[in-house]
Design a protein around this ligand. Structure first.
Ligand code: 13P
Length: 341
């Protein structure tokens, strides 16, 4: 393992002004997104859609540091035969790959999940590296509810995340470690804070036990937010203050960067939260975005599966990427959204 090189890549992934495009929706998830815009989820439509994003020059060259791909996409070619991964490399962004294989019910723990995909992971990582992937992603899912999460769910998921991260580093791939505490449910922000704190502490304990080099990874956490169904929604200032406090307490400064998931926040909320946190800086790590929905909802709508709408889709994507790029430096302002609209 070359830690200097892993650290160089991890640092580039969270470079101020840039962040990560999570375009690694599984076949099931992209179908849901396409259903919402009335587009059939065929291999060609998925290719056309993602090609549109990766050919968005302004977004890709100025605001996107890396792209997380799904297995299908990393092997796919653009309409003109160029591998999609080449389009990403040529834009200056770093290609990455989702390597977990989704979740399964966790035995003895009703309502809880464990992420799978460790078997044969070493072999798969080798192939992805040869294809050009320089980072990977593994997502653990922790739900908040009546009596959950259990310590069992937190520990087995943290253990799997660390197993994955160690295998990545041995394969010269930077692991994005993503323990996602879901924002579904009616819990308040303080409950989210408390659960996320337990999850992050356990995750870093496992990373240390399994000898993962913190300088060669990126953390992808949720923010401390109110559950979607909570009657009392925390303000942007409260989310920013509590999330920064939580991360300072749980994430060692050796980690080069933190790239948030959007998790169901609206586009503008996700941007406003990131911006408010960076305005509280200086912070010990880079703090940026690794958004799926909050970057793609607008371009999906603008595109709606029509070749004639490609330019509009790219404009919508570039706008969100630019807004989040500014937020990663604490330089965003809501008036910039209005101007564009
Ligand atoms: P969202 O930003 O839509 O939550 O997706 C990010 C991601 O990669 C979740 O694993």
């Amino acid at each position: 393992m070359n830690l200097t090189e892993l650290n160089r890549i991890a640092t580039a992934m969270v470079k101020p002004g840039k962040g990560i495009l999570a375009a690694d929706e599984s076949s099931g998830t992209i179908k849901k997104r396409f259903d919402a815009i009335g587009v059939e989820s065929t291999e060609d439509n998925r290719r056309d859609y993602r090609e549109m994003l990766f050919r968005s020059k302004e977004a890709m060259s100025q605001h996107i540091s890396g792209v997380i791909l799904y297995d299908e996409t990393i092997w796919q070619n653009a309409k003109d035969g160029t591998p999609l991964i080449k389009l990403i490399e040529e834009s200056g962004a770093i290609p990455g790959i989702k390597v977990d294989e989704g979740t399964q019910a966790l035995p003895m723990c009703p309502g809880e999940l464990v992420t799978i995909g460790l078997d044969k992971l070493a072999e798969r990582l080798k192939k992805y590296f040869e294809r050009g992937a320089r980072f990977a992603k593994w997502r653990a899912v922790i739900d908040i509810g009546n009596g959950i999460p259990s310590m069992t769910a937190i520990s087995v998921n943290a253990h799997a995340l660390a197993r994955y991260a160690a295998l990545c580093q041995a394969a010269q791939i930077v692991p994005i470690v993503e323990p996602e505490v879901l924002m579904d449910g009616d819990h308040d922000i303080d409950r989210c804070y408390e659960v996320t704190s337990r999850v992050l502490n356990k995750t870093f304990q496992e990373l240390r036990v399994q000898r993962v080099e913190l300088e060669g990874m990126v953390l992808k956490p949720n923010m401390a937010v109110s559950g979607k169904k909570c009657a009392k929604q925390a303000s942007v200032a409260e989310v920013a203050e509590k999330t920064v406090r939580l991360l300072k307490a749980c994430v060692p400064a050796a980690v080069p960067g933190i790239a948030f998931l959007s998790g169901g926040q609206s586009d503008e909320e996700a941007t406003a939260h990131l911006d408010a946190m960076n305005k509280l800086g200086p912070l010990p790590w880079g703090l940026t975005f690794s958004y799926g929905r909050a970057l793609q909802a607008a371009p999906q709508k603008a595109w709606s599966g029509k070749a004639d709408n490609v330019a509009a889709g790219q404009r919508a994507f570039s706008h969100r990427a630019r807004m989040n790029g500014l937020a990663s430096q604490g330089k965003w302002d809501v008036s910039l959204e209005k101007k564009a609209a």
